[in-house]
Design a protein around this ligand. Structure first.
Ligand code: MG
Ligand code: ZN
Length: 216
């Protein structure tokens, strides 16, 4: 005789904490963007410039994920925003439980927008839900224009993509139209922002999008 299982899907511990985080953010009416990319694409530099450019308009807080060190949280604080550092001690992605405890350490009531800077890794963070409002991918020009085709998961799931270090386009073989076309094949609705966190190029459109998203 066969037994048929019915009833609700059993959630993993990560999914349960992700649901709690999502509920917390909804109740407090806060937006939360989970930033995912390879190491060295410039996530922290993008955040630092975003915080500076939106000073007085959007109050930003950051949850920093790294395997070790407090270096990135210190860079965010130097830019003038609240930051909580999580060290995963070897793990290659943030868990929803880690984000749950970090949210309790941020002055959430005083913020409009919370960024999570995930551990630098283009693969596995895209499948660990943290309860965020949306995912934002970052791809930097020196990494190569073939990355969306080779690592499609994050590009298929993200609401926005920043193509960073466009100031290096002349120096490397990166076909930005190819990269954009490959991303659009995976995700028709994604917003793509070519930027340079170094020169500030493209930050107007990106910051306007954040203003729109937060209703500011
Ligand atoms: Mg970083
Ligand atoms: Zn991982």
């Amino acid at each position: 005789m066969y037994k048929v299982k019915v009833g609700k899907k059993i959630l993993s511990a990560n999914e349960e904490y992700a649901a709690l985080n999502s509920q917390f953010l909804t109740e407090h009416k806060k937006l939360c963007l989970n930033m995912i990319s390879s190491p060295g694409s410039g996530k922290t530099a993008i955040l630092a410039r975003t915080i500076t450019e939106l000073k007085g308009k959007i109050r930003i807080g950051v949850i920093e994920g790294d395997i070790q060190t407090e270096i990135d949280a210190e860079r965010i604080r130097a830019a003038g925003a609240a930051a909580v550092q999580i060290n995963t001690d070897g793990a290659c992605h943030l868990s929803a439980l880690q984000v749950n405890s970090a949210l309790k350490k941020l002055p959430v009531e005083e913020l409009d927008l919370i960024f999570i800077e995930n551990v630098g890794n283009l693969v596995c963070p895209s499948t660990f839900e943290l309860g965020e409002t949306a995912k934002v991918a970052v791809l930097s020009v020196p990494e190569g224009d073939d990355k969306p085709a080779k690592y499609p998961a994050i590009f298929a799931r993200a609401k926005a993509l920043l193509i960073n270090k466009v100031d290096l386009l002349e120096a490397v073989d990166f076909d930005i139209e190819r990269a954009k076309a490959d991303v659009m094949k995976l995700n028709r609705d994604i917003k793509i922002f070519p930027v340079s966190a170094k020169t500030g190029q493209g930050f107007g459109d990106w910051c306007n999008w954040l203003l729109e998203l937060t209703g500011k």
